[in-house]
Design a protein around this ligand. Sequence first.
Ligand SMILES: *Cc1c(COP(=O)(O)O)cnc(C)c1O
Length: 220
Amino acid sequence: MSIAENLLSIKSTLPEHLTLVAVSKTKPVSDLMQAYDAGQRIFGENKIQEMAEKWEEMPKDIQWQMIGHVQSNKVKFMAPFVNLIHGVDSLKLLQEIDKQAKKNDRTIDCLLQIHIAEEETKFGLNEEELTELLSSTTFHEMKNIKVSGIMGMATFTDNKEQVKKEFTHLKSIFDKLQDSKEENLQPKTLSMGMSGDYQIAIDCGSTMVRIGSSIFGGRN
Ligand SMILES: *Cc1c(COP(=O)(O)O)cnc(C)c1O
């Protein structure tokens, strides 16, 4: 099937309220344009430089989202245009995003990444660190970022029960955040689910899925 066919067939199965991020990392602009021509406007990349190059080349009505791990010293390269940063997992990084957003006279939406998987290698905050970050004065005083939700990745396993348990855990953290009265914390996005597990994620309450290989094919 073509990229457009893959995209449209996935979209036809998604509930209407759900946001689809087409994860286009490593893929050439010509592939992204096939998805664009089929109506896709939200793309996810995991390297800042690659995203910036594609942003320069492609139509300006695209929303570019950073889904990868972000190094503080590179935030400035995406601050002028990035639509949403998924993988924020420290106060220090959030401060840098706030600073660069201010320089660009804008507010940047961020998702805090929560560690839900069993694997040690995956980035993210635990619940305690999340609470600590959100209750800090530093966070309270940031004016140019908005935490619009949270993001997480489940363990890479065939065990559906395990994946379901981890997504359910993330959803419960998301639900608890709804009581917040902070102005820069408006949690409406729960970013969870990739090609292999998005159906489970949706059943568990995801509002945003990040799908790459099922649309664009495998990566090298
Ligand atoms: C690569 C990536 C995806 C997409 O993965 P697929 O399995 O190709 O759908 C989603 N989220 C993150 C954070 C990624 O790095």
